[in-house]
Design a protein around this ligand. Structure first.
Ligand code: N7H
Length: 500
């Protein structure tokens, strides 16, 4: 069993809930702050067909079965003990969480406003602003169930084995029976054996997460942020012009994006570019991501991979780019530098970076690349990342990272090369989207060639097409357990009552 995406050094669960932040661990869904333990995760997207029956079953059968943050926290300690005893067999740990789109919330509590314009608009309407290919306001690369915008809710079902997760999924959908209609249903899974913990391009994932004050003992270099940036009702919660309902407390917004990865194409691209630039393809790949495949950060080890640094949580986030003002160790445009610029923004992490952090909790989907695909340099079977992240402001967190950093070629445009010319940082070479270049979507990134320790070679990487393609998405609200038992499921709940 893995906690694939959550490098948290947790405080004891009982301390966390009695500490200054007073986090209500029994109220917050388990995937939000720590991440449910998952080898397999099934996503069931559904439409509510019969509101009254749905409410009754949610209140009496489903809400009491949700996996809470306390459960996930104590499972982490259980797993730790288990591994310390040298045991390696799988522990059965089923997790169930759920969320609702703006449509779903509207069905349950008509007129309720959660104070987030992006959530209100919904993911389909926001796709164009993220740079997704869109025609006549419909995303063209999305699967129909997502672009049809009839999703009301989602179940996240996690576990150690596909069969156990599927049994749980059957049990839950039987409880709801004809009260819902399943719109789309797909599982992700951690990759097998040596690729465990690595996403499909081959990089170790789930290394850098913000720490949560009152819950996390930070590792060196890990920022400790207020819980309100990720869960409502705590210090750090973003302001809203409209009053939010009191039952938003202990809830969080979840962004889901199904991102297809063109792996054999990406690998071939790295080889041909490395050849024409005269650089080792492994180093070129590391410069695109900002980490080596083992997770070792370029800022710490710019010329060669270091497995021990990559695997060591005491070191693998212990850097902040403040020693790399001329991008000699790591390009400004590298994925981890774009999505978390640390000290790059005038050294003001507290005001210019922290408010935009997200907690990631995704999982790969699809099988590993096959021999014929590798030989043809062409994807024949879809694979990618079920990207999931949590926050209390979709616009200021997920959407900000995608649009203002990853998609923004003018990122860090005040920087100068040694010769005085302005740096053209370009796009994030992994997830950046250039919707302005018409059909081609071609992008560039500055300085793919290494300049460490004091070279001044100017180079630019041209990317003719995307290797990460959005194929679906939805924005959800993950309510507290008590909101599921009460406000969301009371037959005649008045949304205007009890605003915070
Ligand atoms: Fe990224 N990748 O394999 O290249 N990501 N990401 N991501 N990402 C990270 O630090 C990847 C995506 C962030 O604090 C690592 O855990 C891929 C989206 C953030 O240093 C790797 C896809 C968004 C971080 C990848 C993808 C982000 C991060 C290093 C899509 C938000 C933390 C491992 C298929 C808009 C940065 C780690 C930090 C890290 C990859 C998507 C954001 C290897 C393949 C859509 C905030």
């Amino acid at each position: 069993m893995t906690h694939a995406m959550t490098p948290h050094q947790l405080l004891d669960c009982s301390i966390a809930s009695s500490g200054a932040s007073g986090l209500e661990l029994d109220e917050i869904q388990g995937d939000v702050l720590i991440g449910m333990q998952k080898n397999v995760e099934r996503f069931i997207f559904f439409r509510i067909e019969d509101v009254a029956t749905f409410k009754t079953r949610l209140r009496s059968h489903l809400a009491p079965q949700m996996t809470t943050t306390r459960t996930v926290c104590s499972r982490e300690f259980q797993l730790f003990e288990y591994k310390n005893q040298g045991k390696t067999d799988l522990l059965p740990m089923i997790g169930v969480n759920m969320g609702f789109t703006n449509r779903g919330i509207e069905k349950l509590v008509p007129g309720a406003r959660l104070g987030d314009a992006s959530f209100d608009a919904g993911a389909v309407a926001r796709a164009a602003s993220l740079g997704d290919p869109v025609e006549r306001s419909k995303p063209t690369t999305w699967l129909k169930p997502f672009s049809g915008s009839s999703i009301d809710g989602v179940f996240l079902i996690t576990g150690e084995l596909q069969s156990a997760v599927d049994d749980e999924a059957d049990r839950l959908t039987r409880i709801l029976n004809s009260a819902i209609r399943v719109i789309y249903n797909e599982s992700g899974a951690v990759r097998p054996e040596l690729n465990r913990g690595h996403e499909h391009f081959g990089w170790r994932d789930g290394i850098s997460q913000p720490g949560i004050a009152g819950l996390t003992q930070p590792y060196p270099g890990q920022r400790l942020l207020d819980p309100g940036r990720f869960v409502f009702g705590y210090p750090g919660e973003p302001p809203s012009s409209d009053p939010r309902p009191a039952w938003i407390r202990n809830g969080s917004f979840m962004v889901f994006r199904r991102l297809k990865q063109l792996v054999p194409e990406f690998e071939q691209y790295l080889l041909t570019q490395a050849h024409s630039l005269g650089v080792d393809p492994v180093l070129l790949g590391a410069r695109l991501v900002g980490r080596w495949k083992t997770g070792a950060p370029l800022d710490l080890t710019p010329t060669q991979d270091d497995v021990t640094v990559g695997a060591d949580p005491q070191r693998n986030n212990h850097f902040d780019f403040s020693d790399d003002l001329a991008q000699r160790r790591c390009p400004f445009g590298a994925h981890v530098r774009k999505t978390n610029p640390r000290e790059d923004l005038s050294g003001r992490q507290d005001t210019l970076v922290d408010p935009h952090r997200i907690i990631r909790a995704g999982i790969p989907f699809g099988g590993d690349v096959t021999q014929p695909e590798r030989a043809l340099h062409s994807t024949q079977q879809e694979r990618g990342l079920m990207f999931v992240c949590y926050q209390t402001s979709i616009a200021n967190q997920f959407e900000f990272v995608q649009t203002q950093w990853a998609n923004n070629p003018a990122f860090l445009s005040d920087r100068r090369h040694a010769d005085g010319s302005a740096v053209q940082v370009g796009f994030d070479p992994i997830i950046g989207q250039n919707a302005d270049s018409g059909q081609t979507r071609a992008r560039t990134m500055d300085e793919p060639l290494p300049n460490y320790p004091h070279g001044n070679v100017r180079s630019s990487l041209h990317q003719p097409n995307d290797f990460v393609v959005p194929t679906g998405g939805a924005y959800f609200f993950m309510p507290s357990i008590s909101a599921m038992k009460k406000e969301l499921t009371t037959a005649d709940f008045d949304p205007s009552a009890a605003t915070s």
